[in-house]
Structures are given as C-alpha cells and as structure tokens.
Design a binder for this molecule. Structure first.
Ligand code: AMP
Ligand code: ZN
Ligand code: ZN
Length: 435
C-alpha cells in the first residue's frame, strides 16, 4: 500500500508551485511532503482572503555562522539571497549567547539596556537566578525594552511566535497574539506548519509579524564543531524547512506582501582539549559565586573584595582578560546593568574556562570539546547570518557585516511601524532598501 505522502505526490505535480512539486517528488520523506495536506487546504483557501498589510516572517537558525551559507548545500537560502539582500555577517551583541542575542534582535537594544545580560544571571533586586527554563524565562520582571511583537500589537497589528526567547513572558503586559510554549522536541515540519496555519487566517486575524526558531545547527555546532559535516547536514535540514515555508507562503499568494528575514544569533568557534583555563589555579572558588563559567566569566563575591578577586585573576593567564564591570571595553556595551556581575572575564577565541573538578567530570562523562560561542563579537567566528527578501528590499545585494542591534529598526520600517526607543540606527540598513 502507498504511504500517505506517496499518494499525495501526483496531486502535487498537478497543481502546486514547481518548487514545491520538485521537493514533494523526491523519494526521501521531507517536511514538504508532511505539509502537503495543509498546503492543499491552504491553496483552496486563497480565494477567500484579502491581501492586507505587510507581513514579516523572522526566522532564526540558532548558531549559524556567517560562512555556512557558502559551505553547506542550501539552495533555498541561496535563492532567497538572490532575490533579496545578504550581509557578509551579522555581528551579535555581547555576550554572543542565545537569549541575550535573540532579544537584541527583536528589541534593538544592547543587553545592558534590555536586561537579558546572559543566559544565566542573577538580579540583586529580584534575588533569583535566571535560566533559560520556563520558571524564570516566563517571568516578565527579567525582560526590559519592547520586543517587536509588542510594538506591532501596540500599533493595532497582530503578532505570532513559533518560539523566540521572551515570547512566553507578558512583557509590559503584552504577549504575542498567538504563541506556543517552548519545546525543542517540536519537529521542524510542525513549526513550519504552525506558521503557515497562522498565515492562512483571514486578513483581520492574520499576524503581521511572526517569529520562528530552529536549533539544529547550534546543537550540531556544539557537539561536533563548526567545521564538521554534521553542521553542514543540519544546515541542509533547515534549508529544507525554509523551502517548505516559502513554498507555503507562495501557495497562500502572500509572497508579494511578505518579507522573510533569516538571521542567526551568533556563530561558533572550535574548542580544543589544550585550550583550557583552570580558574582554581588562580582563585579560591569558595570565595566567589560563579554566575557564568565560559567563555564569558561572571563572578560575584561570597567573601573578600572585588579588588582582591580582580587582582588574583588580572594578567594571570594569557588567554583570559578580566575586568571590573564598570571597566569592560566600550565596544561590548556591557557595563550599565546591575545584573552584569561585578567581575567579568573574557576568554580568547577557542578557549574555555573551567575548574579541575568540572573538567574531571566532563572527561569522566566522555564529553569531547566541540564548538562554543559567547566570545567577543569582534571575532569573525562569532558573526552570524543575515539574509532577507521582500517587497521593500533590494534584489541580489551583498552588503558588509553589520550589528544585530540594527535589525529591529529595519523590521519596523518593513512593517510600517513606529519603533520604540532603541540602540539601533536606521542608516545602518538603508542600503538594503529599494531607493
Ligand atoms: P546556548 O546555550 O546559548 O547555545 O542556547 C541554545 C539553546 O537554547 C537551544 O538548544 C535551545 O534548546 C534553547 N532555547 C532556544 N530558545 C529557547 C526558548 N525560547 N526558551 C527556552 N530555551 C530556548
Ligand atoms: Zn544561540
Ligand atoms: Zn549554542
């Protein structure tokens, strides 16, 4: 007996767009084939909906380093770049980690202004430790600024989130109109299907702004390193999801009014068994609270003075720079928030900071050093991805790397929204737009 997807293949070649047809006819079961029933229903729905206001879909490929687009087989991303704009890299805010960086993308604020200063942090007033788990990530007290979904809703639009850091917390009392609780076990095909279902809503219920998040490339980068074939395979899988999403938007006849932006939150650097900084070689660990280990070290005090701890680390290891909070380098924009620990350490690219005890348990568990991020965004290895296409964007332009803090302003412009106060500059992306 034929499988469900095999039975759908002939119908597809008769009616849907050629790009979709090509994918659905491949022997391997893909997200596209899984989505075919939905796409057929969507195709029938097209006639009953009106065009409406501009739409923006913001896609995150977590941990996609700037160079993967040219190293992996990613025809859908290449096609998107050819009909839109591509930057040679997207420079993340510091620290180049998932939560701070994603929240910078949707607020246009540096972490010292939006308050998500790390994936792991302590707030002196709240008196709790923040982690990426639901308990604290859904608590609005941690999230400052105004994310784009709130900007859109405040100005009378609808917004939806198929995952994004911050999307589950009622920030300023506002959550996306439609959203789903984070669960990385949700298959990529289901994430695409959900976005298309939201886009298929009647014009007066349809979101103008949608986020969708994929973690495969980051996970492969951590486990196998940025030069691995596993990373390139993961990139290929995400490219398939991108192709299915764009085919679905096309089927809905929304491509002409929809901008698609594909970004990543940071790049990835290769770790090495020999590049290890052992903190307990310099410091009695019982005197400090290690809020963040590596590659950005965050230390608070249990006893003693900031100056004593600072002196015991400063200049002691050639691959570790140490600062008091108020003295961190200007380009990091990382001084002005009480959640930034009083002592901040930065490991050089490819180095990691740990203790003898932690290293022993890692080795006992057989963990091999793969990839890491979180380093100074000035390192090229930390630069991410930016590709965008849409009615207001130039076609086939390749532009220099730019800072992710500017993406919020660009998105507001594409949606015709008045931006909230932010650290970005509209001029940074003016070249991306049709004159
Ligand atoms: P990082 O440690 O910076 O590499 O974080 C990457 C991880 O963040 C991914 O593997 C996801 O599981 C997790 N993550 C991404 N988005 C969310 C979210 N909205 N809520 C909770 N965890 C998330
Ligand atoms: Zn990330
Ligand atoms: Zn990561």
């Amino acid at each position: 007996m034929k499988s469900r997807s095999e039975r759908f293949a002939p119908a597809c070649s008769a009616g849907l767009q050629s790009c979709l047809r090509r994918r659905a006819c491949r022997p391997k079961v893909s997200a596209g084939r899984a989505l075919l029933p939905l796409l057929l229903v969507l195709a029938l729905c097209v006639g009953c909906r009106g065009a409406g206001s501009p739409i923006l879909v913001l896609i995150s490929f977590d941990g996609w380093r700037w160079d993967y687009i040219d190293r992996a087989k990613v025809p859908n991303l290449q096609t998107l770049a050819a009909r839109g704009v591509r930057a040679e890299g997207l420079i993340p805010s510091f620290p180049s980690n998932t939560f701070p960086s994603h929240y910078t993308l949707v607020t246009g604020l540096y972490p010292e202004h939006h308050g998500i200063v790390s994936n792991s942090m302590v707030d002196p007033v709240i008196g709790e430790r923040f982690s990426m788990s639901a308990d604290t990530a859904n608590d609005p007290r941690w999230w400052g600024g105004e994310p784009l979904w709130a900007t859109a809703i405040r100005q009378g639009r609808r917004a939806a989130s198929m995952f994004w850091p911050g999307s589950e917390a009622p920030i300023g009392g506002v959550r996306p109109t439609y959203w789903r609780p984070f669960d990385d076990a949700v298959p990529n095909a289901e994430r695409v299907r959900q976005v298309l279902e939201w886009l298929a809503l009647p014009a007066d219920e349809r979101p103008s702004f949608i986020t969708v998040y994929f973690s495969d490339v980051d996970s492969a980068g951590h486990d196998f390193g940025p030069e691995s074939t596993e990373v390139l395979d993961a990139a290929g899988r995400l490219d398939q999801a991108l192709g299915d999403l764009i085919a679905g938007i096309d089927t809905l006849q929304l491509l002409e009014t929809t901008s698609v932006i594909v970004v990543s939150d940071h790049g990835m650097s290769q770790l090495d068994e020999d590049r290890i900084i052992l903190l307990d070689d310099y410091l009695d660990l019982s005197t400090v609270d290690v809020i963040d280990w590596t590659p950005t070290l965050g230390l608070a005090l249990r006893s003693g003075s900031v100056d004593a701890v600072y002196q015991s680390l400063k200049g002691k290891h050639p691959a570790l720079a140490v600062y008091k909070r108020e003295d961190t380098p200007w380009h990091l924009h990382y001084s002005r928030h009480p959640r930034i620990p009083p002592i901040v350490g930065l490991a050089d690219e490819g180095w990691r900071i740990t203790s003898r005890e932690r290293l022993a348990s890692e080795r006992a568990a057989g963990r091999k050093p793969g990839g890491a991020h979180g380093y100074d965004p000035a390192y090229k290895s930390m630069h991410g991805l930016f590709v965008a296409a849409g009615p207001r964007l130039r076609r086939g332009a390749v532009l220099p790397a730019f800072e992710s803090v500017n993406v919020y302003e660009l998105m507001c412009w594409l949606l015709g929204l008045e931006p909230a106060r932010n650290d970005g500059d509209r001029d940074a992306t003016r070249e991306f737009l049709v004159p």
